[in-house]
Design a binder for this molecule. Sequence first.
Ligand code: NAD
Length: 471
Amino acid sequence: MNIDERVVAGIINAVLDRLDDVSNPCADAGGGNWGVFESMDDAVEAAAAAQKKYLNCTMHDRAAYVQAIRDVVLNQENLEYISRQSVEETEMGNYEHKLIKNRLAATKTPGIEDLTTDAMTGDDGLTLVEYSPFGVIGAITPTTNPTETIICNSIGMLAAGNSVVFSPHPRAKNVSLHLVRLINRALAEVGAPANLVVTVSKPSIENTNAMMNHPLVRMLVATGGPGIVKTVLSSGKKAIGAGAGNPPVVVDETANIEKAGKDIIDGCCFDNNLPCIAEKEVIVVDSAADYLIFNMKKNGAYEVKDPEIIDKIVKLVVQENGKSPVTSFVGKSAKYILEQVGVHVDEDVRVIIMQTNENHPFVQVELMMPILPIVRVPDVDAGIEMAVRVEHGNRHTAMMHSRNVDKLTKMAKLIQTTIFVKNGPSYAGIGVGGEGYTTFTIAGPTGEGLTSAKSFARRRRCVLVGGMDVR
Ligand code: NAD
């Protein structure tokens, strides 16, 4: 698309948003505006009414609704608009990579085929165990993947027969509301019950709390940091928690070092390191370290050696508590971060690297920006032990580059992460250049792992006594 078409697409989308704000002839009785409600109570009640109607729809209908969500996101104009708006509104991430992530969510999130039925037959008859909906799900979404999470949760939750109330991050409000409206229009066009996917016009912590406490919300799904995961797990409701990570990469002397250097940089710089799965620190055996660093630099890494500049960057991007990143630097580019400390580099610099020890804040803090510390270890066993420590028991994601099957197995067993990528970039773990489906809600703390439709469903048994077996 050239610049003029982009401007036109932006104006059309902005006008549609404005029209929605003012009046919408299809607005429902609860005051909904293509799924966007003034009050959380109205949003939840509308979603509950929609889910009741949804129970009478066929699996064929469900498949059509899921396809409508995929199609509306894959419409090139919409895809470009939500990707650009995500970057502009949150001031995080990279437009080209958002395009890839949104397209990935729309194409590779499983639909109704995920809901497999178990059957047991015998002298006493036929018993079925099926995945059936929870009802209304409350889904809390992060700033780092605002649209990707709404796409992926909408597909999975609707495939499983639920309706969903979204509580987006306030800093991603406009793009999240826009996407909810797009999804509602697309669902209306294929005849779905209104309000299967809803949200509120002013997302806030108060509204999130109201959603979590509403008696009609049967399940909570939180994709975010440790605070919100803890909150949903304390709610007394069925909850899925997809929380923080701090993914280490271990490289040993048996690895293909040229490939490891490239894979690590490709994974680390993806969407400016926003994905919770992205490489956050490298642990390398001493004998392979120099060649690995050489190959990282060959692939767009810029090494900062001056300890004073490293300290300046620490002060800039890590909060005084030493535990959290400074939000205004999350998802910023390597070039931007370096410029703030007076270092000017070319556009092709994708990641800032430096050699540190294990206790350095860049190793310990989940930064979510393209800053990648490198720690040397004497041997691979020491590296695996360090990786387990710096992952902080999140059990989220880890990577290893090695050709030693025993050591790959050892690390996989000890680190216990939901995703463990061997000899590839982190994003291979969510289906980009690696086998398998995708998700943007990776539930380590509650154990669902890479969530899909069946994660949002209840197992129910249906027993027919006598007959129906044909053996
Ligand atoms: P965040 O925790 O600040 O916000 C996440 C969501 O929770 C937002 O909608 C926010 O409004 C809400 N929220 C936060 N605290 C709340 C409270 N006390 N009461 C009510 N609502 C509250 O996280 P973020 O900065 O948007 O996202 C980054 C974090 O999310 C990182 O830690 C990252 O690893 C994690 N993450 C995890 C996954 C996963 O699949 N495991 C995916 C994406 C992001």
